[in-house]
Design a protein around this ligand. Structure first.
Ligand code: ADP
Ligand code: MG
Length: 258
């Protein structure tokens, strides 16, 4: 289980202070797919950096299976927003996916197997020897997902991973995430500013307010488990849920302006 409790983060540069997160408390159960939605600049990336042990919180704490996070937790993988900067351009697709496995100490034969399996899982069989810059944005993001999946994480954090790809590719990648989640039984915390995306993907949506950031509300997404871009998005329940999230975010904005 992932537990975030009373998390606060204040950035300090010289005499200037930015309170990126005021007070965040929520949990994600093992095997759950939770979406965290909030406006740009509300501290989503800051939160993920705290969860993945890359940044020290100012107050509060993060625990993974009861253990406080004080560095990158074992069994956690992150897919960042900017795939362009997250892949090494001088390494082939295969080498990019394999690198973290080497660092993890996985043996050669098993590495080869994991790389092949994960590239297949994201529909990239046959591109293993290509370089990232030879691929489209959507394909590069698939490589980043394959790299995370090959690592066999227990927990996968995704930071607005599809913000920079076109709408059709985005829909395909959303379905890929749900498919991988079901197949691998991994815990996923998926961060987005896109309300529809959060409702389409999540079992639960945690809504963040605008800055100073707190958890505004949590909403269980009681849509059928089998989701489909056309049927699910046209489901009256989907419309109700997205409206609910939208209203909450508007309310948060109004409160912030008061
Ligand atoms: P989001 O990912 O939701 O867009 P961020 O976590 O990137 O939000 O940023 C939250 C706030 O913290 C913003 O006001 C941003 O300018 C500020 N911030 C982010 N990183 C730093 C940093 N390294 N130093 C100072 N302020 C920062
Ligand atoms: Mg961000």
């Amino acid at each position: 289980m992932l537990e975030v409790k009373g998390l606060r983060k204040v950035y300090r540069s010289g005499s200037r202070e930015v309170e990126a997160l005021r007070d965040l408390t929520f949990t994600v159960d093992n095997g759950e797919l939770v979406c965290l939605v909030g406006p740009s600049g509300c501290g989503k990336t800051t939160l993920l950096r705290c969860i993945s042990g890359l940044l020290d919180p100012t107050a509060g704490d993060v625990r993974v299976n009861g253990k406080p996070v004080d560095g990158p937790p074992p069994g956690m993988a992150v897919v960042f927003q900017e795939y362009g900067r997250s892949l090494f351009p001088w390494m082939s697709v295969r080498d990019n996916v394999e690198l973290p496995l080497k660092q993890k100490g996985v043996g050669r034969a098993r590495r080869k197997q994991l790389v092949e399996q994960s590239l297949e899982a994201v529909g990239l069989t046959g591109t293993a020897s290509a370089y990232p810059w030879q691929l489209s944005g959507g394909m590069q993001q698939r490589v980043a997902i394959a790299r995370a999946v090959a690592y066999e994480p227990q927990t996968l954090l995704m930071d607005e991973p599809f913000a920079a790809v076109d709408a059709q590719t985005r829909a395909d990648l959303e379905d890929l995430v749900r498919q991988l989640w079901k197949r691998l039984g991994v815990t996923i915390l998926f961060v987005t500013h896109d309300i529809d995306e959060s409702v389409y993907l999540g079992q639960r949506v945690v809504m963040l307010s605008t800055s100073p950031t707190v958890v505004q509300e949590e909403l269980a997404i009681d849509l059928p488990d089998q989701r489909d871009q056309l049927t699910t998005r046209a489901d009256p329940r989907f419309i109700q849920l997205r409206t609910r999230v939208y209203e909450q975010i508007q309310a948060a904005k109004r409160n912030a302006m008061r």
